[in-house]
Design a protein. Structure first.
Lengths: 158, 268
């Protein structure tokens, strides 16, 4: 038996999504909060919803990173790892979280801005366009995966 | 923050409170090490890492309630918050990892062990090992402490100080053992259920730290509250990451595919 990846197709995708999610949250914390000090720990304009959302996503980010690593180990242990589908998940998870952070948390909930004391528009544009790009790559990977999946199925029936 | 430093009687009172708080921990250390000694006499080896974890856990609790850090915590919110991480998070985690109930059950005579198991299976323990209840006791208790006058009262009345600190430790311990299963526990809950409750509890913890940042407790300056809040937020993260790692690792071990087990044994 070569592998069980089709049985665990969704698990591969989810392991990727959660990891992408945790990865972006880690970059956000390490680069923008700690290294560049662009983001603020707390902003006076933060709404209550913003505080709740921030707390939830903060806890979820390291839960997702650790959980998805064990999921990955589980997939390997079951001989069910599917690189393309897992990678598609990473891009989807990373892009979705970045877009959520950029639009909902930064703009609607006014948690904090990307950077202070500058014209914020180019920063917001780069942030959100990058997020859309990540999602785009994720979707492309997912579709190309399905094409190769169909091809494999056809080959198998020949 | 200068709530305290009134009179000399207050100071001697503080020393008494410090001794009362440290005593049970020292007693627990003696009992644990004694039990390990008895067990090893009977040639049933107890893993060495456990008494080490137990000792470090006891020490982190004791330095919080007794000595210079405890003195400083009265007048300095940053020190108070550091102590809160040690007493309410680190000590409970280390003590839980040292598997004290397993040790006691192995050391006690069979009849005593049996009645002990009965107690562990009782209704009150069932309540105390429910993750939702322990989360409410733990994080809910903290919300109460930092957003009400309880914080000021804690520094004025020795009894309140004593009870609050006992609560922080006990709630932290029951919280820890309701999520990670090191010792035998009668009322287990599913991994998904525990994960969701833990996620919410950790969320409430980080929200509270940011709330303290913007709303300092009475008598605490803005500068101290900001630093204390960051210690609570990031210091909490360190312990929480360990907790999440263990809960996921336990899932990983328990969900091992059945078919492969025989194959793995061949390799071993």
């Amino acid at each position: 038996m070569d592998n069980n990846r089709k049985t665990f197709a969704n698990k591969n995708l989810w392991a990727g999504i959660l990891l992408g999610f945790g990865f972006v949250a880690f970059i956000d914390e390490a680069v923008f909060h700690q290294l560049l000090h662009w983001h603020h720990f707390y902003d006076k304009s933060t709404t209550e919803m913003g505080l709740v959302s921030d707390g939830l996503f903060h806890a979820f980010s390291f839960f997702a990173t650790i959980g998805s690593s064990f999921m990955l180990a589980d997939l390997h242990r079951r001989n069910a790892f599917w690189l393309k589908r897992w990678a598609a998940g990473i891009f989807l998870g990373a892009g979705t979280f970045q877009l959520y952070d950029g639009i909902i948390q930064h703009k609607l909930m006014e948690l904090h801005q990307i950077r202070y004391g500058v014209n914020i528009l180019p920063y917001d544009l780069v942030w959100n366009v990058l997020a859309a790009l990540l999602i785009g790559i994720g979707i492309l990977l997912l579709i190309s995966k399905q094409k190769s999946f169909v091809k494999e199925e056809v080959d198998a029936h020949r | 923050m200068h709530i305290d430093n009134h009179t000399h009687s207050h100071v001697s009172n503080d020393i008494l409170v410090q001794i009362i708080l440290a005593f049970p921990f020292i007693l627990l250390l003696v009992i644990y090490l004694h039990a390990v000694y008895i067990l090893n006499q009977h040639k049933r080896k107890w893993p060495i890492h456990r008494p080490v974890l137990w000792t470090i856990g006891i020490l982190s609790a004791v330095v919080t309630v007794n000595g210079p850090l405890a003195d400083l915590a009265h007048i300095n919110f940053t020190a108070h918050m550091f102590g809160h991480i040690l007493l309410g998070m680190l000590a409970p985690l280390l003590l839980a990892l040292a598997a004290p109930m397993t040790l006691i059950l192995r050391t006690l005579p069979v009849t005593a062990s049996r009645s002990m198991i009965k107690v562990l299976g009782s209704k009150s323990i069932r309540v105390l090992s429910n993750p939702i209840i322990t989360s409410l006791l733990n994080v809910g208790g903290l919300w109460l402490l930092y957003t009400t006058d309880l914080f000021v009262m804690m520094h004025e009345y020795s009894l309140v100080y004593l009870l609050v600190h006992l609560h922080i430790f006990m709630a932290g311990y029951f919280f820890t053992i309701s999520f990670i299963y090191i010792d035998p526990i009668a009322h287990r809950t599913s991994f998904v259920f525990r994960s969701i409750v833990l996620l919410l509890a950790l969320t409430a913890h980080s929200i509270l730290s940011k709330y303290i940042y913007s709303h300092p407790p009475k008598g605490v300056s803005a500068v101290e509250a900001e630093l204390g809040a960051k210690i609570m937020y990031y210091g909490g993260d360190v312990i929480e990451i360990v907790l999440v790692f263990i809960i996921c690792q336990q899932w990983f071990k328990n969900s091992r595919p059945k078919v492969k087990e025989s194959k793995q044994e061949v390799y071993l």
